[in-house]
Structures are given as structure tokens and as C-alpha cells.
Design a protein around this ligand. Structure first.
Ligand code: NAD
Length: 313
């Protein structure tokens, strides 16, 4: 029997690739309901879905920030029956905090945190009743470790991690599974574009030194890291499919083994000093952040952490 999979944020990036990968499953095990805020943006997905469109893949509109939209969408699903809910929709936010309006910060939480909570709240009661279901949440390594100039985005992913850690215990009692996917950098076309635009912008409210650290130190290093270590949205889709198909899915699923040492530092030193000082030294005390990061990552990556990572292959 086909499993009904509902995915949020499918007009681009990771969501689009997950939708296509599952819809193209050779054994046709999935009926994918690919959702997006604005169905006018469906062309890329429809093209990538090919002849699965209208068969194993259907479209519905859904804005994770709207109660009405979420309810209407789920009401349009046959018997409101969803076997697998994939919370993928999310937005980024970069820059010095002084120059970001409170409103823009709240928007990030509205999507990344409350959007996911809203979806889970709507879908979970039926899963609990059926004593079956799997909820996937697209978190990030930034849900485990803060990253400079990503302060608010990171906080939104920490928030959803805390929510899920708490929910997972209750859901276990109802045989409903909950898994976090924690990618490192992923090449979605918007990432370099966003960083290039960000580097050109003015940052009123932030002092000259802060703006300089952001534009001239953080942005170039970040672009280097994306280029050197970035995974593709398809890699993340494959990892997600593995998690869905696992007989005993893990709660946490890092997708990039080069990033596991960053998480390890946090657990290796409970005072937090190691993480803060390592990041400080990487950013301010060395010429090439990328070069140093690579060597630290390589020497810190130990086999026990590799085992914690799920690989796309
Ligand atoms: P993306 O911008 O291509 O995809 C995000 C999607 O969410 C877009 O299609 C966007 O339209 C949609 N979206 C935004 N607000 C929405 C709303 N209110 N309702 C419905 N959909 C909405 O970027 P992506 O990299 O594919 O991001 C997907 C997820 O992966 C996000 O949760 C992101 O935080 C996470 N992630 C991304 C990276 C990365 O480096 N790109 C790394 C780790 C985690």
C-alpha cells in the first residue's frame, strides 16, 4: 500500500528534490503531496517530476504561516490521512543583529519554528489515533551549534530542536516516529546569491567594525565553506529517504560527516569555551578560515561520530 507523504516548501531546493525522489520511487511506494505557498511557482517541480506528476505526485497550496491555509490543505487530503509529514519550509536570515528589525526576526520564527509547530499540531492527532506515522523536521547543524551572524536563524532551529526533543518522548508512546535531519551547508541556488547581495547592502544601526567583520571576514569565508563542503539538495533528499525507509529511524540525522566535529566540540567541553574560542580563532585569528576549518575538521572527525552521520549513498 502506498504511503501518503506531505512535504512543505516544494517550489525549490531540498523540498523539491525530496518530492521528486519519493515520487519517482521505482516500487511506487509513495503518494507525494507536494505543497508550496504559491502554486504559480510549480513549474520547476512539475518539470522535474516528469510523468510522475498527476500520478504519484500531486500539488496543493500551503503556507505554513497561516492557520487557515494549513487546515484547508490537510482537509483536502483524503481522510486527512498522512503517513509521513516532512516539514521542510524554512527561511534564512544573515547579518548583524543591530541592523535587523524585530519584525524580520519574528518572521523567521513564524516560518521555521511556528510554521513547523502549526503543521505538527494539525497532523499529529490523527497519527496518534492511528498509532502510526512519521514526522520529519528539516533542522540544520545550526540547530545544534550557533554560527556567527546567523544568530536569529540559528535560534529558530534551536527552538525547533527543543520542541522536537520534547515531543519525541510523548510520540514514542503512540508509536509515532519523529526524526530531525541536520544538514550542513547545502547548495541551493539562493545561497550564494543571498550572500553576494548581503555583501553589497548597507547595515544601518551596526558600527563600521561589525559591518566589516560581517562583509569582509564572514561572507568570503562562508562562501568558501559552501563551495568546499556543500552538499546538494539531492544528497539531502537521499538522506531523508533513508531515514523514512529505516525500520528504526534515528531521532538525529546529521548529513555531512565533515561537520560532526563542530557538534563534538560542544559535547567535549560542557563549559562552552571550546566552541566559542574555536569559532573566534577561525574567524578572527587566521587568514583562511576554510583552510584551517578543513584541517581541524579532519583531525577531529572520529569514527564514533562518523557513525552518527547518515550518508546519501
Ligand atoms: P529554499 O529557499 O530553496 O527552500 C525553502 C522553501 O520553503 C522555499 O521553496 C520557500 O518558498 C518555502 N517557504 C518559505 N516560507 C514558506 C511558508 N510560509 N510556507 C510554505 N513554504 C515556505 O532553501 P532550502 O535550502 O531548500 O531550505 C529547505 C530547508 O532546509 C529549510 O528549512 C532550511 O532551513 C533547511 N536547511 C538549509 C540549508 C542550506 O544550506 N541551504 C542547510 C541546513 C538546513
Amino acid at each position: 500500500e502506498q504511503k501518503v507523504v506531505l512535504i512543505t516548501g516544494c517550489s525549490s531546493g531540498i523540498g523539491l528534490r525530496i518530492a521528486v525522489l519519493l515520487a519517482r520511487d521505482e516500487q511506487k511506494r509513495y503518494h507525494v503531496i507536494a505543497t508550496m505557498r504559491d502554486l504559480k511557482k510549480k513549474d520547476r517541480l512539475v518539470e522535474a517530476a516528469g510523468d510522475t506528476y498527476g500520478k504519484t505526485l500531486t500539488l496543493l497550496s500551503l503556507d505554513v504561516c497561516s492557520d487557515d491555509s494549513v487546515r484547508q490543505c490537510i482537509d483536502n487530503v483524503k481522510d486527512r490521512h498522512i503517513d509521513i509529514l516532512i516539514n521542510n519550509a524554512g527561511v534564512g536570515l544573515l547579518g548583524p543583529v543591530e541592523s535587523i528589525s524585530m519584525n524580520d526576526m519574528k518572521k523567521v520564527f513564524e516560518t521555521n519554528f511556528f510554521g513547523t509547530v502549526r503543521m505538527i499540531k494539525e497532523v499529529m492527532p490523527d497519527m496518534k489515533k492511528r498509532r502510526a506515522g512519521h514526522i520529519i523536521v528539516m533542522s540544520s547543524v545550526m540547530g545544534l551549534q550557533g554560527v556567527v551572524f546567523n544568530d536569529v536563524y540559528t535560534a529558530s532551529k534551536f527552538a525547533i530542536e527543543g520542541f522536537c526533543e520534547s515531543m519525541a518522548v510523548q510520540l514514542l508512546k503512540f508509536n509515532v516516529k519523529l526524526s530531525l535531519i541536520e544538514p550542513g551547508p547545502v547548495h541551493t541556488e539562493f545561497e550564494t546569491k543571498m550572500m553576494e547581495e548581503v555583501a553589497k547592502m548597507e547595515y544601518p544601526g551596526a558600527d563600521a567594525d561589525t559591518v566589516r567583520y560581517f562583509k569582509d571576514v564572514y561572507i568570503p569565508s562562508s562562501i568558501d565553506i559552501f563551495e568546499a563542503l556543500g552538499q546538494t539538495p539531492d544528497d539531502i533528499a537521499k538522506c531523508t529517504k533513508k531515514v523514512i525507509e529505516s525500520s528504526r529511524p534515528r531521532f538525529r540525522n546529521l548529513t555531512n560527516s565533515l561537520y560532526t566535529p563542530i557538534v563534538a566540540m560542544k559535547y567535549a567541553d560542557e563549559t562552552g569555551g571550546l566552541s566559542v574560542h574555536t569559532f573566534y580563532n577561525l574567524l578572527f585569528n587566521f587568514g583562511s578560515l576554510m583552510h584551517i576549518t578543513m584541517s581541524i575538521l579532519k583531525c577531529l572527525t572520529c569514527s564514533c561520530l562518523r557513525r552518527r552521520t547518515i550518508s546519501p549513498d
